[in-house]
Design a protein around this ligand. Structure first.
Ligand SMILES: *[C@@H]1O[C@H](CO)[C@@H](O)[C@H](O)[C@H]1NC(C)=O
Ligand SMILES: *[C@@H]1O[C@H](CO)[C@@H](O)[C@H](O)[C@H]1NC(C)=O
Ligand SMILES: *[C@@H]1O[C@H](CO)[C@@H](O)[C@H](O)[C@H]1NC(C)=O
Ligand SMILES: *[C@@H]1O[C@H](CO)[C@@H](O)[C@H](O)[C@H]1NC(C)=O
Ligand SMILES: *[C@@H]1O[C@H](CO)[C@@H](O)[C@H](O)[C@H]1NC(C)=O
Length: 867
C-alpha cells in the first residue's frame, strides 16, 4: 500500500460556504466529494465496499489490466475528505486521487460554415483527392505517403473527445461495423457538464459541440467538396465521447474512455484535451502512460497556454512516454467566402464572396449599397454618429470599411440612421472574417467582403453608379475557398503553443505539426465545415501520421514511432509573433520540430530515444548515451554534430515566470562534446554515442532553459536530429510560494484581510455562515501545499497541523483558496480562540521532512467561536 497523491481538492468539503465566484474557482479544478480509487492488483476489494457502505455511490468501475478500481461520489461532500483519507489505510486500496476536472483547450474558431446538410454543401473548390495538395499534408510529407497509396488502411484510431457527427458524408455517413466511425460509445450524454452524473449510452454522436468532429476529420475525412481529406482516410475511427454539449470532463470519465479504447483493441489513441499541470503523477497521465507501456501509442495535445511562459506543461501530455504535440502555423491561411450576386447599373449579375456574420438573415435581400464615405483609406470609418443629413438607410445595405472601433459601434451608428443590413470590407489585403453584432437588435444581417471587392464597389459608387446586391440564402449558397500565403508565420511555432518542460525536467513536447488555421469537418447541424486554430488540431494530425508510418513499417511500438518522428522532424526557427528569428526555436516550445512523415516511415536509422534530458544544475546528467540502430543492408557512416537552439529565460525580475511573448531568449548555447565526430554502424548493427554537455554559464536565478539538437548525417542520405534540453540553476532552490494570507468566504475577490477578523462558525456543516479562507498564491509549481493552523495563546503559539482540506499534491502554479470551518485534517473541531494560518509550499525536488525545503507565509490572526 502506497500513501500518495492525496488531496488536490480545494474547498471541496466546505464548498457550500463560499461565495459563488470563490466556489467556481475551486470547482473549476475538482469535483466536490468525488474520488478515483485504485485497487491493489491481487486484493479482493470487499473491505473497500464494506467501508464506504451507503456513504458513497460508485460512479464508474474500472476493471482492466491497465487499472483496477472505481470512482466514487460521497453523498455528504462535507465529510468526504475525511472518509477518503481513511480509505488509504485499507489493504485493497493502492491510491486515492480527487476527481479532477479538465477542459477542452481553448482553440480559436476562425470560420464555420452555414450549411446544415453537408451532402448539399456546395463549393467552388475542385474535388481533389489526388494529388494531395492540402497544405498541412504538404508541410508534413503526408502528401508523399498518400501518393504511394498509404492511407492507414484498417488501423483503429480512438478519438477521446466530444464524439463525432458520423452522419456527415465526409465522416462516413454511418456508425458501426463497416463504417468509417466503426466503434466507440458515449461515456457521458448530452447534458453532462463535468459536475453532474454522466449518463452513458452506445451512441457517440456529436451534434452540438463540434470539437470531436473537427479532430476526427483531421485524421480521416473522406474526399469532399472542400478539396481536402484527413491524413489517414483509410483508418477506422473509434469515438469515445467524454464531453456533453458544454462544459468539462472529470478524471474518471477520461480514465473510463481510455480503458475502453484500449480494451476495444485500438491501435492508436488520441486526445486533444488538457489541464495545467507540469507533473507526470496526475492519475489520468498515469493511466495514459501505462497504456503506452502496454504497446498502444498515445498522442495528446501540448495545450494552448503559450502566453503563460515556461514550465506550464499540460496533463496528460506531460505523462511519461505520452507523445506531446505542439503546433506550428499553416503555410496557407484558408478563407472561405460565401458566394452571392451583385449588379452595377442594372447590368449583368456578377459573383462576389463574403464571410457571413451574426446575425445572418441575408436570404432574399435585394438592395442597393450605400457608403458613409468614399475614402477607402479612412481608418475609423463610421466610428462616429452619422451626420443629421444622412438619408434613411432602411432600404440600403451599408458598406463600411473595417478598422479602429468595434463592429458593434459601427453598426450601432448605422442602425441609428435606420440601417438593417451592414456589409464590412476588410482593411488588410488577406481574406475577411465574420463579425458578430447580435446585441444590436435593429440589425438583421452583417458580413464582411474582401478589401479588393469593397474598394471596387466604392469606386463605382463614387462614379455615380448604383450597385445592387442580390443576396443568396447563406445556408444554401456555394462557398469558395481562398487561400492566402502566410508569409509571416507559416511553418513557425504557433504563439499559443504551451511551453514546457515539466517541473521535473522531462523533455516535452515531443514534436510539432500544423495546428494554426486548419480546415476540417464540423457537425452538419452547426455548419458542416470549420477553420480552427489550436494544438487540438495539431495532435490528431500526428495520430493519423502514426497510422501511415505503422502501415509502412508494420509496427505500433510507441517508442519506435516516437523516436522515428522525432529524429526525422525539422527544427523550427523561433517566432515570437512577427515571424522567424534567425535562431532555432527552443525545444521547450516545439520539441524535435515539424514532423516529416515520409522520412519517418522509410528511415532505416532508428535511435533509442526521442530526446535527451540533462536536468538542472543540481541534478546535471553530464553524459548521456543513445544507440544508433542501422536497419539497412549496408554499413552507414554517420557524421555527428550539434547545433544550439535559443536559450529561454524563465524569469526576469519577478518570481513569476515571464509571459510570452515577452520572455527573453538568447543564443548562449550549451557546449556539446560527442564520443566521436563520426561513427560507422554495420548493416543491421548498432553503435552507442555518448553526449557530454557543458551548460552555458548564465545567471541560474533566472532559470534559463537551454536546448538544441544532436545531428547525424548518414552516408545513406538520412539527416537526423535528436533534441536535448536542460536548465541552468536549481529547481530545488526556486521559490514557489508568492504569498499566503487570510480572506473571507463571502468576498468573491478573496482580497487579503489586514486587521484582526472574527468569525462565528457553525458545527452544522450545512449552515450558511461566513468563514475564514487561507489563500496560497503559487508563483511556481509545488509537489505539496499544506495549510496549517496555528493556535495563539498570549505570547505562545502552537502549530496544530493541517486544516481539513489540506494538503494538496502536485500543484500547478495557480491560486489556491482553502476555507476553514473549524476542523482539522482528522475531522475534529478546534476550540474557540485566536488562530492564524501557516501557509506552506514544498520546493520542487524538496524533502517534506526538512523545514528549509518549505516556503512559508503566515496570515493575519483571527478569532473564532461557534454559534
Ligand atoms: C509562399 O510564399 C513563400 C515566400 O514568398 C514562397 O517561398 C512559397 O513558395 C509560397 N507558398 C505557396 C504555397 O504559395
Ligand atoms: C531530474 O532529477 C530529479 C532528481 O534526481 C529526478 O527526480 C528527475 O526525474 C530528473 N528528471 C529527468 C527528466 O530525468
Ligand atoms: C548535416 O546536414 C545538414 C543539412 O541537412 C547540414 O546543415 C549540417 O551541417 C550537416 N552536418 C554535418 C555534421 O555535416
Ligand atoms: C543531408 O545533408 C546533406 C548535406 O550535409 C545534403 O547534401 C543532403 O541533401 C541531405 N539529405 C537529405 C535527405 O535531406
Ligand atoms: C489589505 O491590504 C492590501 C494591501 O495594502 C489591500 O490590497 C487590500 O485591499 C486590503 N484588504 C482589505 C480588506 O481592506
Amino acid at each position: 500500500m502506497v500513501r500518495s497523491t492525496f488531496v488536490l481538492s480545494l474547498l471541496a468539503s466546505a464548498g457550500g460556504f463560499l461565495s459563488t465566484e470563490a466556489k467556481k474557482l475551486a470547482e473549476a479544478k475538482h469535483l466536490p466529494g468525488s474520488y478515483v480509487v485504485e485497487f491493489e492488483d491481487s486484493q479482493d476489494a470487499s473491505d473497500f465496499f464494506n467501508r464506504i457502505g451507503s456513504k458513497a455511490k460508485t460512479r464508474m468501475n474500472f476493471d482492466s489490466s491497465i487499472f483496477k478500481g472505481v470512482s466514487i461520489q460521497f453523498h455528504d461532500t462535507e465529510t468526504a475528505e475525511d472518509e477518503a483519507a481513511a480509505l488509504i489505510d485499507l489493504a485493497s486500496v493502492k491510491r486515492v486521487w480527487p476527481n479532477r476536472i479538465y477542459d477542452l483547450p481553448k482553440d480559436e474558431i476562425i470560420w464555420t460554415g452555414k450549411t446544415k446538410d453537408a451532402s448539399a454543401a456546395h463549393s467552388n473548390v475542385k474535388r481533389q483527392s489526388s494529388p494531395d495538395t492540402f497544405s498541412p499534408h504538404v508541410m508534413t510529407q503526408v502528401d508523399k505517403l498518400r501518393a504511394k497509396g498509404i492511407t492507414g488502411k484498417g488501423i483503429k484510431i480512438a478519438v477521446i473527445d466530444t464524439g463525432v457527427d458520423y452522419t456527415h458524408p465526409a465522416l462516413g455517413g454511418c456508425f458501426g461495423p463497416g463504417c468509417l466511425v466503426s466503434y466507440g460509445s458515449d461515456i457521458v450524454g448530452d447534458d453532462y457538464t463535468g459536475f453532474n452524473t454522466p449518463v452513458p449510452d452506445d451512441d457517440p454522436y456529436d451534434g452540438c459541440a463540434g470539437h470531436g468532429s473537427h479532430v476526427s476529420g483531421i485524421i480521416a475525412a473522406q474526399a469532399n467538396d472542400y478539396g481536402f481529406t484527413g491524413a489517414a482516410p483509410g483508418v477506422t475511427l473509434g469515438a469515445y465521447r467524454v464531453f456533453g454539449c458544454t462544459g468539462s470532463a472529470a478524471n474518471d470519465v477520461l480514465i473510463e474512455a481510455y480503458l475502453r479504447a484500449f480494451e476495444d483493441g485500438s491501435n492508436i489513441i488520441t486526445a486533444s484535451i488538457g489541464g495545467a499541470s507540469g507533473w507526470s503523477e496526475d492519475p489520468w497521465a498515469v493511466v495514459v502512460s501505462r497504456i503506452v507501456d502496454a504497446g498502444v501509442p498515445c498522442t495528446v495535445s501540448a495545450g494552448n497556454a503559450g502566453a503563460n511562459g515556461l514550465f506550464y506543461a499540460s496533463t496528460a501530455s506531460n505523462g511519461k512516454r505520452v507523445t506531446s504535440i505542439a503546433s506550428v502555423d499553416n503555410w496557407l491561411t484558408p478563407v472561405l467566402l460565401t458566394d452571392s450576386f451583385f449588379s452595377i447599373d442594372s447590368g449583368d449579375e456578377q459573383t462576389f464572396g463574403y464571410v457571413v456574420g451574426d446575425p445572418s438573415a441575408w436570404a432574399g435581400v435585394n438592395l442597393p449599397l450605400w457608403a458613409p464615405s468614399f475614402d477607402t483609406a479612412e481608418v475609423d470609418q463610421a466610428c462616429n454618429p452619422f451626420p443629421a443629413d444622412t438619408p434613411d438607410l432602411s432600404e440600403k445595405i451599408v458598406l463600411i470599411r473595417r478598422g479602429t472601433c468595434t463592429f458593434v459601434q459601427k453598426v450601432t451608428n448605422a442602425a441609428n440612421a435606420g440601417a438593417k443590413y451592414v456589409l464590412f470590407y476588410n482593411n488588410v489585403p488577406a481574406g475577411a472574417s465574420g463579425p458578430s453584432v447580435t446585441g444590436v437588435t435593429a440589425i438583421k444581417a452583417v458580413g464582411m467582403t474582401t478589401a479588393a471587392q469593397g474598394v471596387a464597389w466604392v469606386g463605382s459608387l463614387a462614379a455615380g453608379s448604383e450597385v445592387v446586391l442580390n443576396m443568396v440564402d447563406p445556408e444554401t449558397a456555394p462557398v469558395s475557398l481562398i487561400t492566402s500565403n502566410n508569409t509571416l508565420t507559416g511553418g513557425a511555432p504557433s504563439t499559443y503553443t504551451t511551453w514546457n518542460p515539466t517541473y521535473e525536467m522531462d523533455v516535452k513536447p515531443q514534436v510539432a505539426s500544423p495546428g494554426g488555421n486548419i480546415l476540417s469537418t464540423w457537425p452538419q447541424a452547426l455548419g458542416s465545415y470549420a477553420v480552427i486554430s489550436g494544438t487540438s488540431m495539431s495532435c490528431p494530425h500526428v495520430a493519423g501520421i502514426y497510422a501511415l508510418i505503422a502501415e509502412v513499417r508494420g509496427t505500433f511500438d510507441p517508442a519506435t514511432l516516437e523516436a522515428l518522428v522525432a529524429s526525422t522532424a525539422n527544427p523550427r526557427l523561433y517566432n515570437a509573433g512577427s515571424g522567424d528569428a534567425n535562431v532555432f526555436a527552443p525545444v521547450a516550445q516545439v520539441g524535435a520540430g515539424l514532423v516529416q512523415a515520409y522520412d519517418a516511415a522509410y528511415a532505416t536509422t532508428l535511435l533509442s530515444t526521442s530526446s535527451l534530458a540533462f536536468n538542472d544544475t543540481d541534478h546535471l546528467d553530464k553524459t548521456l548515451k543513445f544507440t544508433i540502430k542501422n536497419l539497412g543492408k549496408k554499413a552507414v557512416t554517420y557524421k555527428l554534430g550539434s547545433v544550439g537552439a535559443a536559450t529561454a529565460y524563465t524569469f526576469s525580475d519577478s518570481i513569476y515566470p515571464d509571459p510570452f511573448p515577452g520572455l527573453e531568449v538568447s543564443d548562449e548555447y550549451a557546449k556539446i562534446k560527442l564520443s566521436g565526430s563520426s561513427v560507422t554502424v554495420p548493416a543491421r548493427g548498432s553503435a552507442v554515442v555518448a553526449v557530454t554537455v557543458t551548460p552555458p554559464k548564465l545567471d541560474g536565478t533566472r532559470l534559463p532553459v537551454y536546448s538544441g539538437y544532436i545531428t547525424l548525417n548518414g552516408t545513406n542520405g538520412e539527416n537526423l536530429s535528436l533534441p536535448y534540453n536542460g536548465a541552468v540553476g536549481s529547481l530545488y532552490s526556486t521559490r514557489v510560494l508568492d504569498t499566503g494570507y487570510l480572506a473571507i468566504s463571502s468576498d468573491p475577490n478573496l482580497v487579503p484581510v489586514n486587521g484582526s477578523a472574527s468569525f462565528v462558525l457553525s458545527k452544522d456543516p450545512t449552515a450558511d455562515v461566513t468563514i475564514p479562507v487561507a489563500v496560497a498564491l503559487m508563483a511556481f509549481g509545488s509537489p505539496q501545499i499544506s495549510i496549517k493552523l496555528v493556535q495563539i495563546k498570549g505570547k505562545t503559539t502552537k502549530n496544530l497541523g493541517d486544516i481539513f482540506d489540506s494538503p494538496f499534491h502536485y500543484a500547478p502554479r495557480d491560486e489556491y483558496p482553502s476555507a476553514f470551518d473549524g476542523r482539522l485534517a482528522d475531522g475534529s473541531y478546534v476550540p474557540a480562540g485566536e488562530y492564524k494560518f501557516s501557509i506552506e509550499a514544498l520546493h520542487i525536488f524538496g524533502n517534506a521532512k526538512k523545514a528549509k525545503d518549505w516556503d512559508v507565509a503566515v496570515s493575519a490572526p483571527f478569532t473564532i467561536r461557534y454559534g
